[in-house]
Design a protein around this ligand. Structure first.
Ligand code: CUA
Length: 314
């Protein structure tokens, strides 16, 4: 965006998520400045022009002026519509993650961040990403509300316990950006910092391969073994065949019709809810027979199972 506003914001490092925000902010500032200047000049002009000059200077009695009132209502209304439409478009963009996004799991806690990769690597308070590729962060909290904020990318998203939220960005160049927790979460809230470290694609792959994966397998491998160990596969097939419950094959992203006729798209939050509170939503044509896995599976177990289900494409 124009250099006129550079002093107000840090350099934009993810134009795909931030360009619209910056342009809208510049627009609001320009409009505000024009209105401020117009009102101030008009005030000074009227104060001088209609100054009381003698004692018998009686002002005329004016009750209303339709033209003027319509003008000062319609113009602000139009401006509000422009700001709303522009903001809504930008918000939709922030909510529409590109298909080729690289996914990283984020776990927030008092007071830090853990980032988990597809190969099982986990790293604290540093998230390494490739440049020039969209990155999606699927986030949850282990305790209270936190919020993931990267000023350089113009992204900010609350991170909640018992529910997944996500953000995406695309850093165009290698380098570092600061992450802040921006929801007050207790004593060390202001120390709950992390860094985004952007590598070239090649460097990123090398970095990822060098990380310690803990020997416990990748999230997908752990998810697969949990699904077998916990007996999920007794009722949910992984090959598309129909058992007591809906098949896991192709489940992620599938449009499901519920018993009450409503439809939804199976995402992380839906799968999580179905594991912890199976009776909340029953897919049409199936019975309410499953018991809750609350207390039997940890948050990490559930995330691993979801990662595994995501791989079961049709
Ligand atoms: Cu976490 Cu503030």
């Amino acid at each position: 965006m124009g250099s006129l506003f550079d002093f107000m914001l840090p350099e934009l490092k993810s134009p795909m998520t931030g360009a619209s925000t910056d342009a809208l902010m510049a627009f609001i500032h320009i409009v505000s400045f024009i209105i401020l200047a117009g009102v101030t000049i008009a005030m000074i002009y009227f104060a001088i022009k209609y100054k009381r000059r003698s004692d018998d200077d009686t002002p005329p009695l004016i009750t209303h002026n339709n033209k003027l009132e319509v003008t000062w209502s319609v113009i602000p209304l139009l401006l509000v519509f422009i700001v709303f439409g522009w903001g809504y478009k930008g918000w939709l963009n922030l909510k529409s993650v590109p298909d080729n996004a690289y996914e990283i799991q984020v776990s927030a806690y008092k007071w830090g961040w853990t980032f988990s990769y597809e190969n099982g690597a986990q790293i604290g308070n540093e998230v390494h990403v490739p440049a020039g590729r969209p990155v999606k962060l699927v986030m949850q909290s282990q305790d209270v509300l936190h919020s993931f904020f990267v000023p350089d990318y113009r992204i900010k998203q609350d991170v909640l316990p018992n529910r997944y939220t996500y953000v995406w960005f695309q850093a165009e160049e290698t380098g570092e950006s600061q992450v802040f927790c921006t929801e007050y979460c207790g004593t060390s809230h202001s120390d709950m910092l992390a860094k985004v470290i952007v590598h070239t694609q090649e460097e990123f792959e090398t970095w990822l391969a060098q990380q310690n994966t803990g020997g416990g397998g990748t999230p997908v491998e752990r998810g697969e073994s949990l699904v077998n160990l916990q007996g999920c596969v007794t009722c949910h097939s992984v090959d598309g065949s129909d058992l007591i419950g809906p098949t896991f094959q192709g489940l992620y992203g599938r449009e499901e019709t519920m018993q009450d006729g409503t439809t939804l798209t199976a995402d992380e939050n839906y799968i999580r809810e179905s594991i912890l509170d199976p009776s909340a939503k029953i897919v049409e044509g199936y019975q309410n027979q499953m018991v809750s896995y609350e207390g039997r599976l940890s948050d990490e177990d559930i995330s691993d199972i979801i990662e595994y289900i995501k791989t079961l494409e049709e």
